[in-house]
Design a protein around this ligand. Sequence first.
Ligand code: BJ8
Length: 389
Amino acid sequence: MKEGIEPLVNDEFAGEPPTKRCLAYLQTQREKGKHVVGIYCGYAPMEVIRAADMVPSVLCAFDDKTIAAGEEVLPANLCPLIKSSYGFIKTDTCPFYALSEAVIAETTCDGKKKMFELIADIKPTHVMDLPQLPDQKEAQDNWTTMIRKLAGFLETTFKTKISDDRVEQEIKNANLRNKLLNQVFDFAALPSMPLTWQEVYDLTYFGQVATTKDMLPILESALATLQKRVADGVYHGEKDSPRVLVTGCPVGGDATKIFKIIEAAGGVIVYLDSCTGMKAYAGHFEEGAPDPYRSVSRRYLEVPCSCMTPNDRRLSELDIIINKFRPDVIIDVVLHACHSYNIESSKVKTHVETIHKKPFLRIETDYSQSDVGQIRTRVEALLEMVPKK
Ligand code: BJ8
């Protein structure tokens, strides 16, 4: 945001990296005697973790500096997210992992699955067998069983009890948080963007960790600030900046070089369609279902990750996002060696070019800075295609 503009959330963490707010929060929760469990994925059923009165901790995965340590064990031609994650553990430099007493994992891609076997030798790791044909009838039953097994793991490991009523309460809490977060995101649909990708990213990051109760004051403050910005005519970028939708693999830490390049090239990011962005807060949990675990299962199986087949929901979700946020261009970020997002990229390209008639760019990258110049050239060329408004 421009110089002198009041931060979205004007507290001691304003302007700090989002990890700082999260770490301080987790430390406070640990001091209060709460258990912390580490997570890596958008399929981790947070509502069950919270129903156990535990705190999910998003583990480090986005730093180039831990890749070399990861590569001492893992192959070099593996996705940087996995190499960085494992490098953090090997070098014992992830404070979120240090605070976690167990890791909750899911069978998403092969690389992550095999990394979890290595982590399991170090810390209690509960792997959930994620069905990957989400539209098949058995997927619901199997994933509900896996979520119940997770509850059993938490109960046994931490000597606690999780009642169905608590799961139902967390479903309601998640719906309330999502509703408010989406009210924040709605401001990005305005013709002039009153918020930055960094502000959205900070909120979505904290939303993974904090309870809805602890998130509420932050969301209310953000909404009030946004209303004021709009009333005062404050916006990010230029009035006619090209609007960019970024989709694809999770992007954080060193990979945010992409977001910075887009901004430096004059674009404004109106939607972050990934698990480190707004994707985790789309959708709705059914309240008052006969089995709350089934409601949780249904919602998570709707997450349109490329590990699913077919993953048509990614395209239908993109339709909703494009119609609402009206991007001028779509950028698909694929991390090196992420085969599922890489292959799916051609479907996404065909879809957005034929149905929405939007320019599309696929960027394949890792966490290093070596391709910044080349990405900049391609992004600048893409944004030049947008007609002046
Ligand atoms: S729900 S996107 S967080 S799996 S690690 S698949 S980049 S090769 S992260 Fe993900 Fe869960 Fe899906 Fe979201 Fe590719 Fe790398 Fe695998 Fe990755």
